[in-house]
Design a protein around this ligand. Sequence first.
Ligand code: NAD
Length: 256
Amino acid sequence: MRLKDKVAFITGGARGIGLGFAEAFAAEGAKVVIADINIDRATEAASGIGSAAKAVKLDVTNVADIDRVVKAVDEEFGGIDILVNNAAIFDMGPINGITEDSYQRVMDVNLKGPLFVMRAVSNVMIDRKRGGKIINMASQAGRRGEALVTLYCASKAAIISATQSAALALVKHGINVNAIAPGVVDGEHWDVVDAKFAEWEGLKPGEKKAQVAKSVPIGRFATPDDIKGLALFLASSDSDYILAQTYNVDGGNWMS
Ligand code: NAD
């Protein structure tokens, strides 16, 4: 029970990696708030976890919404000890194909959202004077550009930088800020990616996914279960001396 009685606020926790974190944190004794734009799915996820979880509707692109929801959660639960800034959207396209609309859409969810969620949650952590843990979801895509993934890569590189700045500012309040950079994690968005490649490169359905899996030194996609151990470590007191880091969990992908 490494997170006994801690309150964890997880954005985008209704499915995928965020849901894996919610389940793992609850199993270690935390109360978990799943804050997601898809409230039906978040409610389903929370009820699958049980009484330790609660779903709240949150659109991370709306700063007033963030401030209202974070305040309400802080009051109801008597504080927030752990934030996982997990909500994000994937986007594909080369630099010569980006538009102002796609820029705005991706940056609003993947950069503005996490920054303002960090602002709101760190302020309630500071007020409660008991420190806290913030985990930002970066990506291998934030470390290395991809020809066909311009905006997503840029947004995740910005998250790595924001993690460092926030960590240096918040350490004096006992708040540790770190980030996780997964490689390729199986989930619903990969079906969309696979379909795009089928269209662009004339590949058969499933072919791109198989190629990607083969290119990872460990030979397969990650599952949310592969990522949760690091999140638990960064959320627990075991990581009290660690800040401003971004850790790869990528099956060796970075080296290939
Ligand atoms: P996912 O697409 O499966 O789930 C994202 C969740 O965020 C969904 O529940 C969705 O409803 C929610 N969401 C989307 N827009 C939102 C908004 N405006 N406000 C609130 N919630 C919103 O994502 P995933 O694949 O599990 O990835 C989780 C995190 O890990 C993301 O930050 C992603 O960039 C990162 N990541 C994923 C991979 C991968 O291969 N899956 C790799 C590296 C990094």
